[in-house]
Design a protein around this ligand. Structure first.
Ligand SMILES: C[S@@+](CC[C@H](N)C(=O)[O-])C[C@H]1O[C@@H](n2cnc3c(N)ncnc32)[C@H](O)[C@@H]1O
Length: 300
C-alpha cells in the first residue's frame, strides 16, 4: 500500500516537471519567433523602446540591399545592376532599338546609367531613327521607360518625319535640323539653355557630323555629364568620310583620329592643346562607341 502511494507521488512529481518543461520551451519558441519577426521587419532588435531621432547603432535598421541581377538575356560580362528594375538591355530589346541588337551598347549604358536612372536628368539624343527599316522612336521609348524622370530632347535631320512624329512624341522636345550645321546647333543651345547630363550622338555618323556636333555640344554638357558617340566604325568606311584603307590615308581626319588626339592631349599634359580634353575627366571606349566624361566643377 505504502509502495503504491509512493509510486503515485513520484508519477505526479514527474508530470509537474514535464509540464514546467513544456511551458519553458513554449516561451523560448515564442521569443525566437518574436526575434525573427522583428529582424525580418528590419528592426534587428527585440527592444520596443522608441529611439526617436537618436542615431541608429551600427547594423540596426539597415534594410538588406536589393538583390543584384544581370539582364536576363545579356551576354556574359554584362555589368550587374543593383536593382529589380528591368535593365537597359531588357528595355531596349523590348522597344526594338538596334543599340542592343546590331550593337552591344548595353555594356556602356547599363554601366554608366544604372546608378543615375532614378534621378532627374536632361538628355539629348541625335537621331530619332527616321531612316531605319524599323522606323522612328525605338530609342525614344527606350529612354522614356529607362529614365522615369528624364527631360528628353531629340535632334533630327528629317523634318517631315519630325512633323509626323511631333504629335505622337509628346514625351520629348524635338528639333528638326542638321547636327553639322553650326547655326542650327547654336540655336538649339540658346533655346534649350544647355546643361545636359547626357548627350548621345546616334545621327548621320559622318566624320564631319560627329566632329562638329562634339565640338559644339560639348559646351552644353553639364560638369560630371557624359557625351557618347555611337557607330564609330564609320571612321573606317569611305562612304561616311572615313578612312577605308584602315588608317593609312593621312588625308582623312576621321572621328577615330580626333578621339586619338584628344586622348593623347589628356595623357601628355591633361589637355593643354584642346578645350575638350582640358575639361574631360577621360574617355571610355568599347566596340563602336566612346564616352567623353566631363570633369565635375572644381576638380582637377
Ligand atoms: C541610326 S538612326 C537613329 C536610330 C535611333 N536612335 C534608334 O536607336 O533607333 C539615325 C538618325 O539620324 C538622322 N540623321 C541623319 N543625318 C542627320 C543629321 N545631319 N542631323 C541630324 N540627324 C541626322 C536620321 O534621319 C536618322 O533618323
Amino acid at each position: 500500500m505504502a509502495a503504491s502511494r509512493l509510486h503515485y507521488m513520484l508519477l505526479a512529481a514527474a508530470s509537474i516537471l514535464l509540464l514546467i518543461g513544456i511551458a519553458h520551451q513554449h516561451d523560448q519558441v515564442r521569443e525566437t519567433l518574436n526575434n525573427a519577426w522583428h529582424k525580418g521587419a528590419g528592426g534587428g532588435s527585440t527592444s520596443t523602446t522608441d529611439q526617436g531621432d537618436s542615431p541608429e547603432p551600427e547594423g540596426h535598421g539597415v534594410a538588406a540591399p536589393p538583390p543584384s541581377k544581370a539582364p536576363s538575356n545579356a551576354a556574359p560580362g554584362t555589368p550587374f545592376v543593383a536593382s529589380d528594375a528591368p535593365s537597359f538591355h531588357e528595355i531596349a530589346l523590348k522597344h526594338g532599338t538596334d543599340k542592343v541588337t546590331t550593337h552591344q551598347y548595353w555594356f556602356m549604358y547599363d554601366k554608366y546609367f544604372s546608378a543615375i536612372r532614378d534621378k532627374k536628368l536632361k538628355m539629348l539624343e541625335i537621331g530619332l531613327g527616321c531612316n531605319m527599316a524599323y522606323g522612328p522612336g525605338k530609342s525614344y521609348y527606350t529612354w522614356l521607360e529607362y529614365f522615369p524622370y528624364v527631360d528628353l530632347y531629340y535632334m533630327e535631320y528629317d523634318a517631315a518625319c519630325v512633323d509626323k512624329w511631333a504629335a505622337e512624341a509628346s514625351g520629348a522636345t524635338i528639333y528638326a535640323g542638321d547636327q553639322a550645321d553650326k547655326v542650327f546647333l547654336q540655336k538649339f543651345i540658346d533655346e534649350t539653355g544647355g546643361d545636359f547630363d547626357i548627350i548621345i550622338d546616334d545621327g548621320g555618323h559622318t566624320m564631319n557630323q560627329q566632329q562638329v556636333s562634339l565640338e559644339m555640344l560639348w559646351k552644353i554638357v553639364k560638369p560630371g555629364g557624359m557625351y557618347f558617340v555611337e557607330d564609330l566604325q564609320t571612321s573606317f568606311m569611305g562612304v561616311y568620310g572615313g578612312d577605308g584603307t584602315g588608317g593609312k590615308d593621312h588625308s582623312k581626319h576621321t572621328m577615330s583620329k580626333f578621339i586619338y588626339e584628344l586622348l593623347n592631349d589628356k595623357l601628355e599634359g591633361d589637355g593643354t592643346r584642346h578645350a575638350i580634353s582640358a575639361e574631360m575627366r577621360g574617355i571610355d571606349c568599347m566596340r563602336e562607341v566612346c564616352m567623353f566624361h566631363k570633369k565635375e566643377k572644381g576638380t582637377i
